[in-house]
Design a binder for this molecule. Structure first.
Ligand SMILES: *[C@@H]1O[C@H](CO)[C@@H](O)[C@H](O)[C@H]1NC(C)=O
Ligand SMILES: *[C@@H]1O[C@H](CO)[C@@H](O)[C@H](O)[C@H]1NC(C)=O
Ligand SMILES: *[C@@H]1O[C@H](CO)[C@@H](O)[C@H](O)[C@H]1NC(C)=O
Ligand SMILES: *[C@@H]1O[C@H](CO)[C@@H](O)[C@H](O)[C@H]1NC(C)=O
Length: 466
């Protein structure tokens, strides 16, 4: 260790980059990044990456070069441990429409501003280097800060600086992710108001080292956590077996559905009775009754009417999809908000919107969509009968908007995250990151290891460097 301490900053930086590259070459891990400037400044527009494209290190560098060309060179980097677009959906007000959004400061200053830069999918190998990339922009070493040290510092608007604020993602057992994120947002708010109070214009970047996975909301029995990745290409054509089900309105197809299995199960006399609706739905000589279905620009309703399902004379499986415009991504998204079962006049309703969504030009596909895989589909309320039912769709693909014909558009794929390979990658990468953060730590001549390791302790700070 003593020998390591003598490593010069320069060599350290190379080592850092090298380790970053190794650590993150493992997976296709995506992290969102948002950049914005203080009032009165606008980031230069960047040609937005096409949907589903993961921004690489080189692309991020060029985007930052362009975007930062017109804005103040007092840079603030809010670097959270982990972050995914899912966090915005789950806890935020912009994607998630939550009134009690935990990203209030971030949303007001960045996400809702038309002049900000929003990259929903940046490879984590690029965001791990974001501090270096920003440093190259202004040619100044980063200062690791917390709001208290910032308040004591006299900033000079004409001297470029890179101030880095590390933010945790989880707070151990004591705090929920929501509380931690809410605390982080307060830190962002404080920092921005200090900058304002000192009348120093700034450019800020919020991103993370690693993608997060929404773990705490998932029941322990669940082995996979559902995350999403926008895939440019679909897997095998489902048409290999049967063509997708089409619903046509005014002669043109507006909804497509395909699944290998559409299983509904009801709990009766102490056991689950299953019925697979797929054979009645897909196939050359099957004509499913779609009466009641409808679609227009913003709402799509697919009603599948069956007879004699689990002894119910009439049985309906209904998919409710909506399309909304989210300013933050300047794009329309569709969500599958609800799945209803209607049987002999009773209903069972499941919510899906938080997890089942895709850009509106895309279709949504998932290896398995299931109500037992909480929270992918969750009972809408305790009042109806959803708790007596389970639904489980295998190799499921649906598209309710922008349908161009008999075939699905590109699919936005939900991918199961914790495969053994990824676990191995994660552990290896974690070790690498530990090594490199230690290296970085020394480069910045920070103080002690113990404080750095303690997420609840005060953030590491360096009052000044030369
Ligand atoms: C800010 O920095 C510039 C250039 O280094 C210097 O001329 C100026 O006096 C500084 N302003 C303050 C308020 O310190
Ligand atoms: C289709 O389903 C609706 C509602 O369940 C029913 O009223 C109608 O008769 C069915 N149509 C055919 C052709 O079976
Ligand atoms: C689309 O249909 C829904 C109900 O199915 C209706 O409430 C909405 O007004 C329609 N929108 C347009 C633009 O026609
Ligand atoms: C389902 O959605 C409704 C409104 O869309 C909401 O009130 C309800 O809490 C949701 N249920 C669950 C279990 O998330």
């Amino acid at each position: 260790m003593a020998a390591l301490r003598t490593v010069s900053g320069y060599t350290g930086m190379i080592l850092f980059c090298f380790l970053c590259a190794i650590a993150t070459a493992k997976g296709e891990e995506q992290v969102p990044l948002v950049a914005w400037a203080s009032d009165g400044f606008a980031l230069s527009p960047v040609s937005a990456p096409s949907a589903g494209h993961t921004v690489s290190v080189e692309e991020l560098e060029s985007h930052l070069n362009t975007a930062l060309s017109t804005v103040p060179h007092n840079l603030l980097l809010f670097l959270q441990d982990r972050l995914s677009v899912d966090d915005f959906t789950l806890y935020g007000g912009v994607f998630g429409n939550k009134p009690d959004s935990v990203f209030q400061n971030l949303e007001v200053s960045a996400l809702l501003s038309s002049s900000s830069l929003w990259l929903p999918s940046v490879s984590s190998s690029a965001t791990a280097l974001v501090s270096t990339l920003l440093q190259n922009q202004i040619d100044a070493a980063p200062l690791y800060m917390n709001p208290d040290t910032l308040a004591q510092m006299r900033l000079n608007a004409s001297v470029a600086a890179l101030l880095v604020f590390r933010l945790p993602y989880s707070g151990g057992d004591m705090m929920s992710t929501k509380e931690v994120l809410s605390g982080n947002d307060e830190v962002i708010g404080q920092v921005l108001s200090i900058m304002k109070a000192q009348s120093v214009p700034y450019t800020a970047v919020f991103t993370a080292l690693w993608p997060s996975r929404v773990i705490e909301e998932v029941a322990p029995a669940v082995q996979s956590v559902w995350s999403r990745s926008l895939l440019q290409s679909r897997r095998e054509e489902p048409t290999a077996t049967n063509p997708p089900l089409e619903f046509k309105e005014k002669g043109s197809t507006c909804i497509l559905l395909w699944a290998e299995k559409l299983v509904v199960s009801q709990y009766r006399s102490e056991k689950w009775e299953r019925h697979d609706l797929a054979p009645k739905t897909f196939g050359e000589d099957v004509e499913p009754n779609l009466s009641g279905s409808s679609c227009n620009e913003t709402h799509s309703l697919l009603v599948l009417n069956y007879e004699d399902v689990l002894n119910y004379r009439s049985f309906k499986l209904i998919f409710v999809m909506n399309r909304r415009h989210y300013k933050v991504s300047a794009r329309h998204w569709f969500t599958m908000d609800l799945v209803h079962l209607e049987y002999d006049g009773k209903t069972a309703t499941f919510n899906g919107s938080r997890y089942i969504y895709a850009p509106a030009e895309y279709s949504y596909r998932c290896e398995s969509v299931s109500s037992s895989r909480y929270p992918q589909l969750s009972p809408h309320s305790d009042k109806d009968n959803a708790n007596d039912w389970q639904i489980s769709f295998d190799d499921f693909q649906i598209q309710g908007f922008n349908v161009g014909g008999k075939d699905f558009s590109y699919a936005s794929d939900c991918a199961s995250f914790f495969t053994p390979g990824i676990w191995m990658g994660l552990v290896t990468s974690l070790l690498m990151v530990l090594a490199l953060t230690y290296g970085l730590h020394m480069i910045m001549q920070l103080r002690t290891m113990d404080r750095f390791d303690d997420p609840k302790g005060p953030a590491i700070s360096v009052p000044q460097t030369e």
